[in-house]
Design a protein around this ligand. Structure first.
Ligand SMILES: O=c1ccn([C@H]2C[C@H](O)[C@@H](CO)O2)c(=O)[nH]1
Ligand SMILES: [Zn+2]
Length: 149
């Protein structure tokens, strides 16, 4: 359903997909990663051709680190008017393979996205792309509806 490249990704046309890739790779420049030196860029696309970007922000107390995905999502969630999410993409620096969101970020995405929300993963130069739905990355998940008892 969410075919990359030729068909674009999840409602993105070719130009939007190329823009998503560019912004995701560029967002790595925003990383504050003096400890791991592992830069991650993220871009969230919202309806109306809106793009939110972010990168990982580390801390001397390592556990306080915020991933690129959460940095980006927090920007979008605290924006007005509330963006309607279309898809989210991430990229690390490795040319060998795509990275995928950590468990905390998968749960963080879960709070705001639908089960079929597409998550796009690029390798370091965007020559590889992998797309999975939230449900594929986080099956049998726990979310806001589960608290509505
Ligand atoms: O999907 C990921 C995986 C890791 N990181 C960050 C956290 C930390 O700063 C560094 C190494 O784990 O990469 C992200 O931002 N997103
Ligand atoms: Zn994470």
């Amino acid at each position: 359903m969410y075919l990359p490249l030729k068909e674009g990704v999840a409602g993105l046309d070719r130009d939007q997909f190329e823009k998503l890739k560019k912004l995701t790779l560029e967002a790595r420049q925003l990383a504050y990663a003096p400890y791991s030196k592992f830069r991650v860029g993220c871009c969230l696309v919202a309806e109306g051709d809106e793009y939110y970007t972010g990168a990982n922000v580390e801390n001397a107390s390592y556990g306080a680190t915020i991933c690129a995905e959460r940095t980006t999502i927090v920007k979008a969630v605290t924006s007005e008017p509330k963006p309607k999410w279309v898809c989210l993409a991430i990229a690390g620096d490795s040319l060998e393979s795509c990275i995928s969101p950590c468990g905390i970020c998968r749960q963080f995405i879960r709070e705001f996205a639908t089960q079929d929300f597409p998550i796009v993963m690029f390798n370091g130069d965007g020559s590889q792309v992998r797309v999975r739905t939230l449900k594929e990355l986080l099956p049998l998940s726990f979310g806001p509806e589960d608290l509505a008892f």
